[in-house]
Design a binder for this molecule. Structure first.
Ligand code: NAD
Length: 253
């Protein structure tokens, strides 16, 4: 039980096979009360209701669009009202699109950057003041191996750019809020088997990608959830501004 008595907020955690959902399940198993944020209120509430029960009351599932500052603020207020405090924030929501540089429209760029990068800022801005007041917390932000190697896996250059922006933002927040007892770290997964690829990952692409993975398998959502758990818990109490690869060796620095 690494998170007993803690409260955790996880964005993008309603999708059934997703990393956020696997993280919510793992955190609840470790005793945390969890707030699931996702676009649809019903899906978020259903996901929250499916989690293991913990001492101190039910989990919470609410609609929150991380690209909308007011939506993030309203979600944070509802969570504080119900849980009284927030110890952990997992900035996990994201979307991708497999296109090349010359095909990226202005709308594609705005959408990909808004969800993957701006959303990290807006939700952090909504939650950090409460963490500061409570004396600290832990934030983990979702980047990608795509940020480190310039794409070439599934997402396009706009995805790569947005996820690289998350690394800078996460490190800058780590520097700024260390004094408040708030740790901020990032994770950089390789290819994880979820529904984010929307059926567009072909068998040929999969075989090609596997050739470059020393551990010879694609990742599972739990592989990333385990790293989020480490970063959320006191096991990582002296870790901030770090970037943790979860890629089976696909990229070894
Ligand atoms: P997923 O599609 O299962 O989960 C993404 C979730 O984000 C969905 O539940 C979706 O509804 C939600 N979401 C989308 N836009 C949102 C918004 N504006 N506000 C709130 N929620 C929103 O995919 P996943 O693979 O579990 O992705 C989780 C994160 O991991 C994403 O940030 C993704 O970029 C990142 N990532 C995934 C992989 C991979 O291979 N699957 C690799 C590296 C990084």
């Amino acid at each position: 039980m690494l998170l007993k008595g803690k409260t955790a907020v996880i964005s993008g955690a309603a999708s059934r096979r997703g990393i956020g959902r696997a993280t919510a399940e793992l955190f609840a198993e470790h005793g945390a009360r969890v707030a699931i944020l996702d676009l649809d209120e019903g899906a978020s509430a259903d996901a929250a209701a499916s989690l293991a029960t913990v001492e101190g009351g039910a989990h919470l599932g609410i609609a929150c669009d991380v690209t909308d500052r007011a939506s993030c603020g309203a979600a944070a207020a509802r969570i504080i009202e119900k849980f009284g405090k927030i110890d952990i924030l997992i900035n996990n929501a994201g979307i991708t699109q497999p296109v090349k540089t010359l095909e990226i429209s202005g709308a594609d760029w705005e959408r990909i950057v808004a969800v993957n990068m701006t959303g990290v800022l807006y939700l952090s801005q909504a939650i950090i003041p409460g963490m500061k007041a409570a004396g600290g917390g832990s934030i983990a932000c979702m980047s990608s191996v795509s940020a480190q190697r310039g794409g070439g896996i599934f997402g396009g250059p706009h995805y790569s750019a947005a996820k690289a922006g998350v690394l800078g933002l996460s490190k800058a927040m780590a520097r700024e809020f260390g004094v408040d007892g708030i740790r901020v770290n990032a994770v950089t997964p390789g290819l994880i088997q979820t529904d984010i690829t929307g059926g567009k990952l072909t068998d040929e692409m999969r075989t090609d990608i596997l050739k470059g993975i020393p551990l010879n398998r694609l990742g599972d959502a739990r592989d990333v959830a385990n790293i989020y758990l480490f970063l959320a818990s006191d096991l990582s109490g002296y870790v901030t501004g770090a970037v943790i690869d979860v890629n089976g060796g696909m990229l070894i620095h």
